[in-house]
Design a protein around this ligand. Structure first.
Ligand SMILES: *Cc1c(COP(=O)(O)O)cnc(C)c1O
Length: 384
């Protein structure tokens, strides 16, 4: 048997072989909405309409399925569109048990849109084994993020998947923060992986997109049907940009992780900083599980300052390299306050209950030189 290729080799090659006709090393951007047919209902190569079939999108989809160890992948206009498309496969009355710490837009989609169509949502702490063990018997889907956004809580994937199996529920893991370079939930038995490819997968803050990857080949037709029927597909141009970014995911993640570790250590030692949250710190409650199920700890770091909101607000305006902006996972470092920004759509009482404090600062640590990032934070902290 041929030796299986490593994740870096697959990031560079997966999803595309140089094209037969021209030898094109990257997939051309197939900017066509439709394809000519030889006779009514007889498309030449099975291609009918770009919402249904597009070669550029297929290349990205195949690459993501390969990297996640899935049977198939479907790429979408955004991460939200990927989550929505998965939930479209459920029916009124179905119970979704979701992690309590989720991207703000996901919480909003669940509680303010999907709930209107009869889906039932419970929010539990999926990092808590007792909560997982008490999963309701009628759970249809367990939906979680690990590490979660923004609190970086770590769910023990093996336990979560076993708990869902006991009640016959499927498991979807939003793998946006870890990426397939650090963690592959499908290989542990999860049914679906979700990505906001806007973030690390594309990695250059120049395209919005999402992906839904499934472990089981038997899910392919139904998921394709929903992607096509709901029209949640991404454009060929966006698919191209995302694949271009994906080719260096392994290199970027190494530097993101290295820089995040350096900054987490720096912040931990800094006397103006309290409560540093980073799964790579032994003080993190999920550290041991993160060590087991992830190959590194990711590029996101959160912390709080004793001066609360006013001091945090001053800090995020005082950095020079860290840009004050939403989103994450790009090559450039970003800083933000989740409460007035990425998580503004999460009700205040829910935020307070799970510990998203008003002064929480979130860093998306980029791939710049780590020492420059450290100096930037150091001088910003000195000024507040
Ligand atoms: C950003 C994000 C989303 C939403 O993705 P979009 O591409 O912005 O629609 C979903 N999950 C997580 C963890 C995210 O960070």
């Amino acid at each position: 048997m041929k030796h299986p290729h490593g994740p870096g080799t697959r990031a560079v090659h997966a999803g595309w072989q140089p094209e037969e006709k021209t030898g094109a090393v990257m997939p051309p951007i197939y900017m066509t909405s439709t394809y000519v047919q030889d006779a009514p209902g007889q498309p030449r190569e099975g291609f009918e309409y770009s919402r249904t079939q597009n070669i550029t999108r297929f290349a990205l989809q195949d690459a993501l399925a390969d990297l996640e160890g899935g049977a198939c992948a479907f790429t979408m206009t955004s991460g939200m569109a990927a989550i929505h498309t998965l939930l479209l496969t459920l029916k009124p009355g179905d119970r979704v048990v979701a992690g309590c710490d989720l991207y703000g837009g996901t919480h909003r989609l669940f509680t303010r849109i999907e709930a209107r169509f009869g889906l039932q949502f419970d929010f539990i702490d999926t990092a808590d084994e007792a909560a997982l063990a008490a999963l309701p018997a009628d759970t249809r889907l367990l939906y979680l993020e690990t590490p979660s956004n923004p609190l970086l809580s770590i769910t023990p994937l093996e336990q979560a998947i076993a708990a869902a199996a006991r009640v016959g529920a499927e498991v979807a893991v939003d793998n946006t923060f870890a990426t397939p370079m650090l963690q592959q939930p499908l290989r542990l038995g999860a049914d679906y992986v979700i990505h906001s490819t806007t973030k690390y997968v594309s990695g250059h803050s120049d395209v919005v997109g999402g992906a839904l990857v499934a472990r089981d080949e038997a899910r392919k037709e139904d998921l394709w049907f929903h992607q096509n029927s709901a029209g949640t597909v991404n454009s060929p141009f966006d698919a191209f940009l995302t694949l271009r970014g994906l080719r260096t995911l392994h290199l970027r993640m190494q530097r993101h992780c290295e820089n995040a570790r350096l900054l987490a250590d720096f912040l931990t030692a800094h006397d103006k900083v309290e409560r540093v949250i980073f799964p790579g710190l032994p003080s993190h409650p999920g550290h041991a599980i993160a060590r087991e199920q992830m190959s590194d700890f990711g590029g996101m770091v959160c912390f709080e300052l004793p001066g609360g909101v006013p001091q945090a607000t001053a800090l995020v305006q005082a950095t020079e390299l860290f840009a004050l902006a939403e989103s994450l996972g790009g090559v450039e470092s970003l800083i933000e306050l989740p409460v007035p920004m990425t998580h503004a759509s999460v009700p205040a009482e829910h935020r307070r209950a799970i510990g998203i404090n008003d002064g929480l600062v979130r860093l998306s640590v980029g791939v710049e030189d780590g020492e420059d990032l450290r100096r930037d934070l150091e001088s910003a902290l000195a000024s507040v």
